[in-house]
Design a protein around this ligand. Structure first.
Ligand code: GSH
Length: 211
């Protein structure tokens, strides 16, 4: 199947990088989709009807026909496996598949606890350790920047879902007080993703919301 019978519904928040990585992939794959904004500030994600879609009470969630699927990285894997006929976004060659998984794990680990957490403090006033989050971000980009010196994308010369998983919170890291100025290879990689046909940006956080 190369296209869903009905538009895929994406439950998201406009300032959520986890949501954005899914929106970005839907757009890059040129799949029909509709966005449903979940009002996190009003606790809509903890209401019974949303918990029925994701018991963890988090965005993003997609609905595709009878399927309800939470978790951004799981959604990327699903969309690639189901709708990317080229197979390039989620390569099945064993080493490449393992490399993609490596970056998905980093995106759910160091990226979430580093730049994403730092932004949660600045943008949403989360009671997290900002200095620790910034230190994790610095450790992460000290590894990623030289990694990108010899390849165009995280797993090689072509973009994969690994790049999409890492893109949104990296592009918006400065909103959390994590400067990308020292990381020229990371900035060049961001620009390469932004040049992909079908790229859609995540909304910038208005300055007044940044502490
Ligand atoms: N592992 C999840 C994490 C999703 C996540 O942290 N979502 C945040 C918004 S960016 C959320 O819904 N937070 C509300 C909460 O945890 O109560 C994923 O990859 O989708």
């Amino acid at each position: 199947m190369t296209s869903p019978a009905r538009p895929i519904r994406l439950y998201r928040h406009a300032l959520s990088g986890h949501s954005h990585r899914v929106e970005l992939f839907l757009s890059l794959l040129r799949l029909p989709f509709e966005l449903v904004d979940v009002d996190l500030a009003k606790g809509a994600h903890k209401a019974p009807e949303f918990l029925a879609k994701n018991p963890l009470g988090q965005v993003p969630v997609i609905e595709d026909g009878d399927l309800t699927l939470p978790d951004s990285n799981a959604i990327l894997v699903y969309l690639a496996a189901r709708y990317d006929a080229s197979g390039r976004w989620y390569p099945r060659e064993p080493v490449a598949a393992a490399r993609v998984q490596q970056w998905l794990s980093i995106s759910a680990g160091q990226l979430a606890y580093g730049p994403a957490a730092a932004r949660l403090v600045s943008v949403f006033g989360a009671k997290l350790d900002h200095e620790r989050a910034k230190a994790i971000a610095a450790q992460l980009y000290a590894v990623v920047d030289p990694h990108l010196a010899t390849r165009r994308f995280l797993v090689g010369e072509e973009p994969t879902i690994a790049d999409l998983a890492a893109y949104s919170y990296t592009a918006h890291a400065p909103e959390g007080g994590v400067s990308l100025e020292p990381y020229g290879n990371v900035r060049a990689w961001l620009a390469r993703i932004e040049a992909l046909a079908g790229f859609v940006p995540m909304k910038r956080t208005p300055l007044r919301q940044v502490a």
